[in-house]
Write a protein that binds this ligand. Structure first.
Ligand SMILES: [Zn+2]
Length: 330
């Protein structure tokens, strides 16, 4: 049995560019409308660190709209997950621009005291937004999907009552950040872990439901749609720098392609799901939850989202939240 979980990272651009109204509020509003029409729900990963700083410095007039939208999402059953870009936690606002602290890019690599501070502050902030003092999200997604080394963060999240992570993308590799999700390729559709996101541990403190991926030849990654979206929100110099720093990662013959409903064309989305359908035919008794990812800032093509929802419906694949799927994975 296959079920699909749509997740959306609710955030502006990672470098601090973009407005709340254009990069979050308006696209999220349209997505909510689309999902309501299909009587389906998605999981919203609220990036709390930027919201906290934007509110504190009063830099964006649409803040109250976003706050209200988060409350509406919660009320209507669009599950809220915790998402943290730690490089915002020390942010300064100078000459109308955000100066972010990239020395705190990977939460897992920070000293334990700082990790405790950031997670505590993030959960408290989310509770404050909702005005629910004991709210605990079920799920977590790491900033830039960096959940290695996992032991300290996983334990802390579990202590807070978080039960599930969705940061792993099988086959992922990023030399500069020492990220390597290649060993996870041999894992199933979900697994528990404690010390290492790649290593299944039946007694693990968190359940991993990875973002669905497929290994594809590198050249297939460079479709017009994907490149166009990646260039938005970054200057030409930034885009080149980013590409150069990742040359080693790009030189691989095969790369991990995420099931991304903002970046992919409808044909790519269908092709990837068809492979799971094929597996499911051969072994229909296994449960196959597949996690799709999107970002509010990349949401432009709602026609593709609708076609994808329609396709899943025709194939009898239900759209679920993590709350609905979690009990089936334990
Ligand atoms: Zn993010």
């Amino acid at each position: 049995m296959i079920e699909c979980i749509f997740t959306i990272d609710y955030e502006i651009y990672g470098n601090g560019e973009g407005s709340l109204r254009e990069s979050i509020y308006e696209p999220a509003e349209k997505l909510i409308e689309t999902f309501r029409k299909w009587n389906a729900r998605f999981v919203t990963f609220i990036e709390v660190a930027e919201l906290e700083m934007i509110e504190a410095k009063g830099t964006d007039l649409a803040f109250d709209l976003v706050k209200q939208q988060i409350r509406n999402l919660y009320r209507e059953g669009f599950e809220l997950g915790l998402h943290v870009h730690p490089w915002w936690c020390n942010a300064r606002y100078e000459n109308r621009e955000w100066v972010l602290d990239y020395s705190e890019y990977n939460l897992c690599a920070l000293p334990m005291k700082r990790i405790i501070e950031i997670i505590g502050r993030s959960i408290a902030y989310l509770r404050g937004i909702l005005n629910i003092s004991d709210f605990t999200p079920l799920s977590y997604r790491a900033g830039h999907l960096l959940f290695q080394p996992a032991r300290i963060v996983a334990k802390l999240l579990a202590d807070y009552g978080i039960r599930l992570d969705s940061s792993v993308y099988k086959g992922g590799l990023w030399h500069q950040q020492k990220l390597d999700y290649r060993p996870a390729i041999r894992n199933g559709y979900y697994w528990r872990f404690t010390d290492d996101t790649n290593i299944p541990d039946p007694e693990g403190v968190l359940l991993e439901l990875p973002i669905h991926t497929q290994m594809v030849p590198t050249w297939e990654m460079f479709t017009g749609k994907r490149i166009g979206i990646q260039q938005r929100g970054a200057s030409a110099i930034q885009a080149t720098k980013k590409t150069l720093s990742r040359v080693k990662d790009f030189l691989r013959l095969r790369r991990s392609l995420k099931l991304d409903f903002c970046h992919m064309t409808i044909n790519e989305l269908i092709r990837m799901v068809d492979m799971v359908i094929q597996e499911d035919r051969e072994d229909p008794r296994s449960f196959r939850p597949i996690v799709a990812i999107g970002h509010t800032k990349d949401l432009l093509d709602f026609e593709t989202v609708e076609s994808f929802l329609d396709y899943l419906g025709r194939k009898g694949i239900k759209i679920r939240t993590f709350e609905e799927v979690y009990p089936k994975c334990t």
